[in-house]
Design a protein around this ligand. Structure first.
Ligand SMILES: *[C@@H]1O[C@H](CO)[C@@H](O)[C@H](O)[C@H]1NC(C)=O
Ligand SMILES: *[C@@H]1O[C@H](CO)[C@@H](O)[C@H](O)[C@H]1NC(C)=O
Ligand SMILES: *[C@@H]1O[C@H](CO)[C@@H](O)[C@H](O)[C@H]1NC(C)=O
Ligand SMILES: CC(=O)N[C@H]1CO[C@H](CO)[C@@H](O)[C@@H]1O
Length: 392
Protein backbone atom coordinates (compact mmCIF):
# COMPACT_ATOMS: atom_id res chain seq x y z
CA UNK A 1 0.00 0.00 0.00
CA UNK A 2 2.74 2.37 0.98
CA UNK A 3 4.56 1.64 -2.28
CA UNK A 4 1.49 2.24 -4.39
CA UNK A 5 0.75 5.57 -2.77
CA UNK A 6 4.34 6.63 -3.26
CA UNK A 7 4.18 5.72 -6.94
CA UNK A 8 0.97 7.67 -7.40
CA UNK A 9 2.41 10.71 -5.67
CA UNK A 10 5.55 10.50 -7.76
CA UNK A 11 3.52 10.43 -10.96
CA UNK A 12 1.74 13.62 -10.00
CA UNK A 13 5.02 15.36 -9.26
CA UNK A 14 6.57 14.30 -12.53
CA UNK A 15 3.68 15.45 -14.76
CA UNK A 16 1.84 18.19 -12.90
CA UNK A 17 -0.02 19.44 -15.95
CA UNK A 18 -1.86 16.19 -16.71
CA UNK A 19 -4.59 14.79 -14.42
CA UNK A 20 -3.38 11.24 -14.24
CA UNK A 21 -5.05 8.21 -12.76
CA UNK A 22 -2.88 6.69 -10.03
CA UNK A 23 -1.65 3.12 -10.23
CA UNK A 24 -4.57 0.71 -9.59
CA UNK A 25 -7.07 3.50 -10.24
CA UNK A 26 -9.98 3.20 -12.65
CA UNK A 27 -9.28 4.51 -16.14
CA UNK A 28 -12.21 3.30 -18.20
CA UNK A 29 -15.34 1.22 -18.40
CA UNK A 30 -18.96 1.69 -19.36
CA UNK A 31 -20.12 5.09 -18.15
CA UNK A 32 -16.71 6.13 -16.90
CA UNK A 33 -16.15 9.88 -17.17
CA UNK A 34 -12.97 10.21 -15.12
CA UNK A 35 -9.36 10.29 -16.22
CA UNK A 36 -8.04 7.75 -18.69
CA UNK A 37 -4.36 8.55 -18.65
CA UNK A 38 -2.40 6.37 -16.25
CA UNK A 39 0.38 7.41 -13.92
CA UNK A 40 3.92 6.88 -15.12
CA UNK A 41 4.93 3.25 -15.06
CA UNK A 42 1.37 1.97 -15.48
CA UNK A 43 -0.98 1.32 -18.36
CA UNK A 44 -4.75 1.32 -18.67
CA UNK A 45 -5.79 -2.31 -18.99
CA UNK A 46 -9.25 -3.64 -19.79
CA UNK A 47 -10.59 -5.70 -16.92
CA UNK A 48 -14.23 -6.02 -17.87
CA UNK A 49 -17.11 -4.12 -19.47
CA UNK A 50 -17.40 -1.87 -16.45
CA UNK A 51 -13.83 -1.47 -15.45
CA UNK A 52 -10.40 -0.74 -16.84
CA UNK A 53 -7.58 0.01 -14.49
CA UNK A 54 -4.04 1.38 -14.34
CA UNK A 55 -1.80 -1.65 -13.93
CA UNK A 56 1.91 -1.26 -13.24
CA UNK A 57 4.09 -1.92 -16.26
CA UNK A 58 3.27 -1.69 -19.92
CA UNK A 59 0.32 -3.57 -21.35
CA UNK A 60 -0.68 -4.37 -24.89
CA UNK A 61 -4.02 -2.57 -24.90
CA UNK A 62 -5.47 0.71 -23.78
CA UNK A 63 -8.93 2.19 -23.42
CA UNK A 64 -10.52 5.46 -24.35
CA UNK A 65 -12.83 7.54 -22.20
CA UNK A 66 -15.88 6.49 -24.21
CA UNK A 67 -15.74 3.18 -22.41
CA UNK A 68 -14.78 1.40 -25.61
CA UNK A 69 -12.32 -1.29 -24.79
CA UNK A 70 -10.36 -4.04 -26.33
CA UNK A 71 -9.61 -7.19 -24.46
CA UNK A 72 -6.39 -8.55 -23.22
CA UNK A 73 -5.75 -12.22 -22.71
CA UNK A 74 -7.52 -13.49 -19.57
CA UNK A 75 -5.37 -14.03 -16.50
CA UNK A 76 -3.86 -17.45 -16.37
CA UNK A 77 -3.41 -19.88 -13.54
CA UNK A 78 -0.03 -21.06 -14.75
CA UNK A 79 1.43 -20.48 -11.31
CA UNK A 80 -1.00 -23.00 -9.84
CA UNK A 81 0.15 -26.31 -11.27
CA UNK A 82 -1.98 -29.43 -11.54
CA UNK A 83 -5.17 -27.86 -10.39
CA UNK A 84 -8.69 -29.19 -10.76
CA UNK A 85 -11.11 -26.41 -11.61
CA UNK A 86 -14.05 -25.75 -9.31
CA UNK A 87 -17.38 -27.04 -10.52
CA UNK A 88 -19.03 -24.06 -8.82
CA UNK A 89 -17.42 -20.65 -8.61
CA UNK A 90 -19.09 -17.38 -7.79
CA UNK A 91 -20.28 -14.90 -5.22
CA UNK A 92 -22.75 -14.42 -2.43
CA UNK A 93 -25.58 -12.05 -3.41
CA UNK A 94 -26.70 -10.27 -0.27
CA UNK A 95 -29.83 -8.24 0.27
CA UNK A 96 -32.90 -10.33 1.12
CA UNK A 97 -31.48 -11.13 4.58
CA UNK A 98 -30.72 -7.50 5.45
CA UNK A 99 -32.57 -5.69 8.21
CA UNK A 100 -32.92 -8.77 10.36
CA UNK A 101 -34.23 -6.85 13.35
CA UNK A 102 -37.25 -5.66 11.38
CA UNK A 103 -39.70 -8.49 10.72
CA UNK A 104 -41.15 -8.72 8.18
CA UNK A 105 -39.74 -5.36 7.15
CA UNK A 106 -40.39 -3.48 3.95
CA UNK A 107 -38.87 -4.26 0.59
CA UNK A 108 -36.64 -1.40 -0.49
CA UNK A 109 -36.29 -0.08 3.04
CA UNK A 110 -35.20 -2.94 5.29
CA UNK A 111 -34.15 -5.45 2.67
CA UNK A 112 -33.75 -5.82 -1.05
CA UNK A 113 -33.14 -8.46 -3.68
CA UNK A 114 -29.98 -8.83 -5.74
CA UNK A 115 -29.84 -6.74 -8.89
CA UNK A 116 -30.20 -8.66 -12.18
CA UNK A 117 -27.42 -6.46 -13.55
CA UNK A 118 -25.08 -7.77 -10.83
CA UNK A 119 -25.93 -11.36 -11.73
CA UNK A 120 -25.43 -10.59 -15.43
CA UNK A 121 -22.06 -9.07 -14.64
CA UNK A 122 -20.72 -12.16 -12.89
CA UNK A 123 -22.18 -14.56 -15.44
CA UNK A 124 -20.45 -12.42 -18.06
CA UNK A 125 -17.17 -12.95 -16.23
CA UNK A 126 -17.64 -16.70 -16.39
CA UNK A 127 -18.88 -17.37 -12.86
CA UNK A 128 -21.59 -19.96 -12.47
CA UNK A 129 -22.60 -19.87 -8.81
CA UNK A 130 -24.58 -17.49 -6.62
CA UNK A 131 -25.37 -18.00 -2.95
CA UNK A 132 -28.54 -16.11 -2.16
CA UNK A 133 -29.20 -15.46 1.55
CA UNK A 134 -32.73 -15.00 2.84
CA UNK A 135 -34.28 -14.56 6.27
CA UNK A 136 -36.38 -17.41 7.61
CA UNK A 137 -38.65 -15.08 9.60
CA UNK A 138 -39.66 -13.48 6.31
CA UNK A 139 -40.03 -16.77 4.44
CA UNK A 140 -42.01 -18.58 7.16
CA UNK A 141 -43.47 -15.88 9.45
CA UNK A 142 -43.30 -16.43 13.23
CA UNK A 143 -47.13 -16.55 13.40
CA UNK A 144 -46.95 -20.03 11.89
CA UNK A 145 -43.46 -21.06 12.94
CA UNK A 146 -40.89 -22.84 10.80
CA UNK A 147 -43.31 -25.59 9.82
CA UNK A 148 -46.00 -23.03 8.95
CA UNK A 149 -47.02 -21.46 5.66
CA UNK A 150 -44.74 -19.34 3.50
CA UNK A 151 -45.11 -15.61 3.04
CA UNK A 152 -46.15 -16.06 -0.58
CA UNK A 153 -44.94 -12.62 -1.72
CA UNK A 154 -41.45 -12.99 -0.22
CA UNK A 155 -41.16 -16.53 -1.58
CA UNK A 156 -42.27 -15.32 -5.01
CA UNK A 157 -39.76 -12.48 -5.03
CA UNK A 158 -36.97 -14.74 -3.82
CA UNK A 159 -37.90 -17.40 -6.36
CA UNK A 160 -37.80 -14.78 -9.10
CA UNK A 161 -34.16 -14.08 -8.19
CA UNK A 162 -33.34 -17.79 -8.11
CA UNK A 163 -35.04 -18.36 -11.46
CA UNK A 164 -33.22 -15.38 -12.95
CA UNK A 165 -29.89 -16.92 -11.94
CA UNK A 166 -30.68 -20.44 -13.09
CA UNK A 167 -32.24 -19.06 -16.27
CA UNK A 168 -28.77 -17.72 -17.07
CA UNK A 169 -27.40 -21.24 -16.76
CA UNK A 170 -25.79 -20.64 -13.35
CA UNK A 171 -26.39 -22.42 -10.05
CA UNK A 172 -28.22 -20.78 -7.16
CA UNK A 173 -27.78 -21.81 -3.54
CA UNK A 174 -30.88 -21.35 -1.35
CA UNK A 175 -29.39 -20.03 1.90
CA UNK A 176 -31.41 -19.50 5.09
CA UNK A 177 -29.10 -16.92 6.63
CA UNK A 178 -30.21 -17.59 10.19
CA UNK A 179 -27.24 -19.00 12.14
CA UNK A 180 -29.62 -21.78 13.37
CA UNK A 181 -31.66 -19.15 15.23
CA UNK A 182 -35.29 -18.42 14.39
CA UNK A 183 -37.48 -15.77 16.00
CA UNK A 184 -34.78 -15.17 18.64
CA UNK A 185 -34.61 -18.82 19.73
CA UNK A 186 -32.17 -21.56 18.80
CA UNK A 187 -33.66 -24.04 16.34
CA UNK A 188 -33.57 -27.33 18.22
CA UNK A 189 -36.30 -29.60 16.85
CA UNK A 190 -34.88 -31.85 14.17
CA UNK A 191 -38.37 -32.87 13.07
CA UNK A 192 -39.55 -29.26 12.68
CA UNK A 193 -36.38 -28.33 10.80
CA UNK A 194 -36.82 -31.39 8.59
CA UNK A 195 -40.38 -30.29 7.77
CA UNK A 196 -39.23 -26.75 7.01
CA UNK A 197 -36.78 -28.16 4.48
CA UNK A 198 -39.26 -30.61 2.97
CA UNK A 199 -41.59 -27.69 2.38
CA UNK A 200 -38.92 -25.35 1.02
CA UNK A 201 -37.19 -27.90 -1.20
CA UNK A 202 -40.61 -28.82 -2.57
CA UNK A 203 -40.79 -25.32 -4.03
CA UNK A 204 -37.57 -25.82 -5.97
CA UNK A 205 -37.40 -29.55 -6.58
CA UNK A 206 -37.96 -29.28 -10.33
CA UNK A 207 -35.05 -26.87 -10.82
CA UNK A 208 -31.84 -28.87 -11.30
CA UNK A 209 -29.65 -25.77 -10.96
CA UNK A 210 -30.77 -25.10 -7.43
CA UNK A 211 -28.46 -26.06 -4.56
CA UNK A 212 -29.76 -26.40 -1.01
CA UNK A 213 -27.55 -24.75 1.61
CA UNK A 214 -29.01 -26.07 4.87
CA UNK A 215 -28.18 -23.22 7.26
CA UNK A 216 -25.77 -20.30 7.29
CA UNK A 217 -23.18 -20.45 10.06
CA UNK A 218 -24.65 -22.28 13.04
CA UNK A 219 -22.82 -21.16 16.17
CA UNK A 220 -23.09 -21.41 19.92
CA UNK A 221 -24.37 -24.97 19.68
CA UNK A 222 -22.62 -28.33 19.93
CA UNK A 223 -21.22 -29.78 16.73
CA UNK A 224 -23.39 -32.86 17.31
CA UNK A 225 -26.51 -30.65 17.47
CA UNK A 226 -25.55 -28.87 14.27
CA UNK A 227 -24.92 -32.25 12.67
CA UNK A 228 -28.30 -33.70 13.74
CA UNK A 229 -30.15 -30.68 12.36
CA UNK A 230 -28.23 -30.84 9.09
CA UNK A 231 -28.90 -34.56 8.73
CA UNK A 232 -32.60 -33.94 9.34
CA UNK A 233 -32.56 -31.27 6.62
CA UNK A 234 -30.91 -33.65 4.15
CA UNK A 235 -33.59 -36.22 4.93
CA UNK A 236 -36.30 -33.59 4.53
CA UNK A 237 -34.96 -32.30 1.23
CA UNK A 238 -34.79 -35.77 -0.29
CA UNK A 239 -38.26 -36.60 1.08
CA UNK A 240 -39.65 -33.64 -0.88
CA UNK A 241 -38.71 -35.34 -4.11
CA UNK A 242 -35.69 -33.09 -4.70
CA UNK A 243 -33.30 -35.92 -5.40
CA UNK A 244 -30.89 -34.56 -7.99
CA UNK A 245 -29.67 -31.35 -6.40
CA UNK A 246 -26.50 -30.80 -4.43
CA UNK A 247 -26.93 -30.17 -0.70
CA UNK A 248 -24.43 -28.14 1.35
CA UNK A 249 -24.21 -28.76 5.09
CA UNK A 250 -22.57 -26.36 7.54
CA UNK A 251 -21.08 -27.02 10.96
CA UNK A 252 -21.10 -25.06 14.19
CA UNK A 253 -18.63 -22.30 15.06
CA UNK A 254 -19.68 -20.36 11.93
CA UNK A 255 -18.62 -23.43 9.90
CA UNK A 256 -15.04 -22.12 9.89
CA UNK A 257 -12.54 -24.17 7.92
CA UNK A 258 -9.73 -23.25 10.31
CA UNK A 259 -11.78 -24.38 13.32
CA UNK A 260 -13.23 -27.48 11.70
CA UNK A 261 -11.26 -29.71 14.07
CA UNK A 262 -11.27 -27.60 17.24
CA UNK A 263 -15.02 -26.95 16.96
CA UNK A 264 -15.75 -30.67 17.07
CA UNK A 265 -17.27 -30.62 13.58
CA UNK A 266 -14.62 -33.02 12.30
CA UNK A 267 -15.66 -35.62 14.86
CA UNK A 268 -19.28 -35.79 13.67
CA UNK A 269 -19.80 -34.55 10.11
CA UNK A 270 -18.05 -37.53 8.53
CA UNK A 271 -21.22 -39.50 9.26
CA UNK A 272 -23.49 -37.41 7.02
CA UNK A 273 -25.78 -39.70 5.01
CA UNK A 274 -27.56 -38.88 1.79
CA UNK A 275 -29.52 -41.53 -0.10
CA UNK A 276 -28.61 -39.66 -3.30
CA UNK A 277 -24.97 -39.27 -2.35
CA UNK A 278 -24.76 -35.62 -3.32
CA UNK A 279 -23.72 -33.65 -0.24
CA UNK A 280 -20.72 -31.37 0.19
CA UNK A 281 -19.40 -29.86 3.39
CA UNK A 282 -19.64 -26.07 3.26
CA UNK A 283 -17.04 -24.13 5.19
CA UNK A 284 -16.24 -20.43 5.44
CA UNK A 285 -12.89 -18.75 5.79
CA UNK A 286 -11.77 -15.18 6.34
CA UNK A 287 -8.14 -14.21 6.53
CA UNK A 288 -7.98 -11.50 9.21
CA UNK A 289 -6.55 -12.18 12.67
CA UNK A 290 -9.76 -13.44 14.29
CA UNK A 291 -11.13 -14.98 11.11
CA UNK A 292 -14.27 -12.83 11.27
CA UNK A 293 -13.87 -11.01 7.98
CA UNK A 294 -14.14 -7.65 9.67
CA UNK A 295 -10.62 -6.37 9.02
CA UNK A 296 -8.98 -5.68 5.67
CA UNK A 297 -5.63 -6.71 7.12
CA UNK A 298 -4.64 -10.32 6.51
CA UNK A 299 -2.48 -12.21 8.99
CA UNK A 300 0.08 -12.93 6.27
CA UNK A 301 0.31 -13.61 2.56
CA UNK A 302 0.23 -17.36 3.24
CA UNK A 303 -2.63 -17.48 5.73
CA UNK A 304 -5.20 -18.60 3.16
CA UNK A 305 -3.56 -21.92 2.36
CA UNK A 306 -2.63 -22.40 6.02
CA UNK A 307 -6.16 -21.92 7.31
CA UNK A 308 -7.76 -24.40 4.97
CA UNK A 309 -5.06 -27.09 5.21
CA UNK A 310 -6.52 -29.02 8.14
CA UNK A 311 -9.99 -28.98 6.62
CA UNK A 312 -8.61 -30.22 3.32
CA UNK A 313 -6.84 -33.10 5.05
CA UNK A 314 -10.07 -34.00 6.86
CA UNK A 315 -12.08 -33.95 3.63
CA UNK A 316 -9.51 -36.19 1.97
CA UNK A 317 -9.38 -38.62 4.90
CA UNK A 318 -13.17 -38.86 4.96
CA UNK A 319 -13.63 -39.04 1.20
CA UNK A 320 -15.91 -35.99 1.29
CA UNK A 321 -16.24 -32.94 -0.96
CA UNK A 322 -15.80 -29.40 0.36
CA UNK A 323 -17.36 -26.11 -0.70
CA UNK A 324 -15.90 -22.80 0.51
CA UNK A 325 -19.17 -20.88 0.66
CA UNK A 326 -17.62 -17.66 1.94
CA UNK A 327 -14.14 -16.26 1.53
CA UNK A 328 -13.30 -12.60 1.80
CA UNK A 329 -10.27 -10.39 2.45
CA UNK A 330 -8.93 -6.89 1.89
CA UNK A 331 -7.75 -5.25 -1.29
CA UNK A 332 -4.05 -5.29 -0.62
CA UNK A 333 -1.07 -7.29 -1.76
CA UNK A 334 -0.91 -9.59 1.28
CA UNK A 335 -4.57 -10.46 1.15
CA UNK A 336 -4.61 -10.98 -2.60
CA UNK A 337 -1.65 -13.34 -2.36
CA UNK A 338 -3.31 -15.11 0.57
CA UNK A 339 -6.58 -15.58 -1.34
CA UNK A 340 -4.68 -16.92 -4.34
CA UNK A 341 -2.82 -19.30 -2.05
CA UNK A 342 -6.06 -20.62 -0.60
CA UNK A 343 -7.76 -21.09 -3.97
CA UNK A 344 -4.69 -22.74 -5.50
CA UNK A 345 -4.31 -25.16 -2.58
CA UNK A 346 -8.00 -25.96 -2.81
CA UNK A 347 -7.83 -26.65 -6.54
CA UNK A 348 -4.71 -28.75 -6.17
CA UNK A 349 -6.29 -30.86 -3.45
CA UNK A 350 -9.09 -32.05 -5.72
CA UNK A 351 -11.58 -32.21 -2.84
CA UNK A 352 -13.07 -28.71 -3.02
CA UNK A 353 -15.83 -28.49 -5.62
CA UNK A 354 -16.63 -24.82 -5.23
CA UNK A 355 -15.94 -21.42 -3.76
CA UNK A 356 -17.77 -18.13 -3.51
CA UNK A 357 -16.63 -14.68 -2.59
CA UNK A 358 -18.34 -12.73 0.21
CA UNK A 359 -20.07 -10.69 -1.18
CA UNK A 360 -21.96 -8.88 -3.90
CA UNK A 361 -25.23 -7.10 -3.16
CA UNK A 362 -26.67 -3.67 -3.88
CA UNK A 363 -26.64 -2.31 -0.35
CA UNK A 364 -23.09 -2.79 0.83
CA UNK A 365 -21.55 0.53 1.83
CA UNK A 366 -19.06 1.93 -0.66
CA UNK A 367 -16.23 1.36 1.82
CA UNK A 368 -17.13 -2.26 2.72
CA UNK A 369 -13.81 -3.86 1.93
CA UNK A 370 -15.07 -7.19 0.62
CA UNK A 371 -17.90 -5.78 -1.51
CA UNK A 372 -17.69 -7.12 -5.04
CA UNK A 373 -20.82 -5.39 -6.28
CA UNK A 374 -20.21 -3.92 -9.73
CA UNK A 375 -19.24 -1.47 -10.90
CA UNK A 376 -17.22 -0.12 -7.98
CA UNK A 377 -17.32 -2.50 -5.01
CA UNK A 378 -13.83 -2.42 -3.54
CA UNK A 379 -13.03 -6.01 -4.55
CA UNK A 380 -13.80 -5.36 -8.22
CA UNK A 381 -10.60 -3.50 -9.00
CA UNK A 382 -7.93 -5.90 -7.78
CA UNK A 383 -9.32 -8.99 -6.08
CA UNK A 384 -11.55 -9.95 -9.00
CA UNK A 385 -8.95 -9.83 -11.78
CA UNK A 386 -5.94 -10.85 -9.71
CA UNK A 387 -7.22 -13.38 -7.20
CA UNK A 388 -10.48 -14.82 -8.53
CA UNK A 389 -10.51 -14.87 -12.34
CA UNK A 390 -7.24 -16.85 -12.55
CA UNK A 391 -9.02 -19.74 -10.84
CA UNK A 392 -11.94 -19.84 -13.25
C1 LIG B 1 2.21 -31.78 -12.00
O1 LIG B 1 1.93 -33.06 -12.52
C2 LIG B 1 3.00 -33.58 -13.31
C3 LIG B 1 2.53 -34.87 -13.94
O2 LIG B 1 1.90 -35.69 -12.97
C4 LIG B 1 4.23 -33.76 -12.42
O3 LIG B 1 5.31 -34.23 -13.19
C5 LIG B 1 4.59 -32.42 -11.81
O4 LIG B 1 5.67 -32.58 -10.90
C6 LIG B 1 3.42 -31.82 -11.08
N1 LIG B 1 3.77 -30.49 -10.64
C7 LIG B 1 3.50 -30.06 -9.40
C8 LIG B 1 3.94 -28.67 -9.08
O5 LIG B 1 2.93 -30.74 -8.57
C1 LIG C 1 -42.33 -8.49 -3.80
O1 LIG C 1 -42.03 -7.70 -4.94
C2 LIG C 1 -43.07 -6.80 -5.28
C3 LIG C 1 -42.70 -6.15 -6.59
O2 LIG C 1 -41.44 -5.53 -6.46
C4 LIG C 1 -43.27 -5.80 -4.16
O3 LIG C 1 -44.33 -4.93 -4.47
C5 LIG C 1 -43.58 -6.54 -2.88
O4 LIG C 1 -43.61 -5.63 -1.80
C6 LIG C 1 -42.54 -7.61 -2.59
N1 LIG C 1 -42.96 -8.36 -1.43
C7 LIG C 1 -42.10 -8.87 -0.58
C8 LIG C 1 -42.69 -9.54 0.61
O5 LIG C 1 -40.88 -8.82 -0.72
C1 LIG D 1 -4.15 -27.93 12.26
O1 LIG D 1 -4.40 -28.95 13.20
C2 LIG D 1 -3.35 -29.12 14.14
C3 LIG D 1 -3.67 -30.32 14.96
O2 LIG D 1 -4.99 -30.26 15.44
C4 LIG D 1 -3.21 -27.85 14.95
O3 LIG D 1 -2.16 -27.97 15.87
C5 LIG D 1 -2.93 -26.69 14.03
O4 LIG D 1 -2.90 -25.48 14.75
C6 LIG D 1 -3.99 -26.58 12.96
N1 LIG D 1 -3.61 -25.57 11.99
C7 LIG D 1 -4.31 -24.46 11.84
C8 LIG D 1 -3.77 -23.50 10.83
O5 LIG D 1 -5.34 -24.20 12.42
C1 LIG E 1 -17.67 -11.42 7.07
C2 LIG E 1 -19.03 -11.04 6.72
O1 LIG E 1 -19.25 -10.14 5.92
N1 LIG E 1 -19.98 -11.73 7.28
C3 LIG E 1 -21.35 -11.42 7.08
C4 LIG E 1 -22.12 -12.66 6.83
O2 LIG E 1 -23.47 -12.35 6.58
C5 LIG E 1 -24.11 -11.60 7.57
C6 LIG E 1 -25.50 -11.30 7.11
O3 LIG E 1 -25.51 -10.63 5.91
C7 LIG E 1 -23.37 -10.33 7.91
O4 LIG E 1 -23.99 -9.71 9.02
C8 LIG E 1 -21.93 -10.70 8.25
O5 LIG E 1 -21.21 -9.53 8.54
Amino acid sequence: MKTLLALAALAIVVSPAVAQVPVWGQCGGQGWTGGTSCAAGSTCVYSNQYYSQCIPGTATTTTTNTGTTTSTAPPTSSSCANRTKFKFFGVNESGAEFGNTVIPGTLGKDYTFPAPSSIDYFVGQGFNFFRVPFLMERMVPPSGGITGPFNAAYLANYTATINYITGKGAYAAIDPHNYMIYNNAAISSTSAFQTFWTNLAGQFKSNPRVIFDVMNEPNGIAASTAFALNQAAVNGIRASGATSQLILVEGTSWTGAWTWVSSGNSAVFGAIKDPNNNVAIEMHQYLDSDGSGTSATCVSSTIGAERIANATAWLQANNLKGFLGEIGAGNNADCITAVKGALCAMQQSGVWIGASWWAAGPWWPANYFTSIEPPSGLAIAQVLPQALLPFM
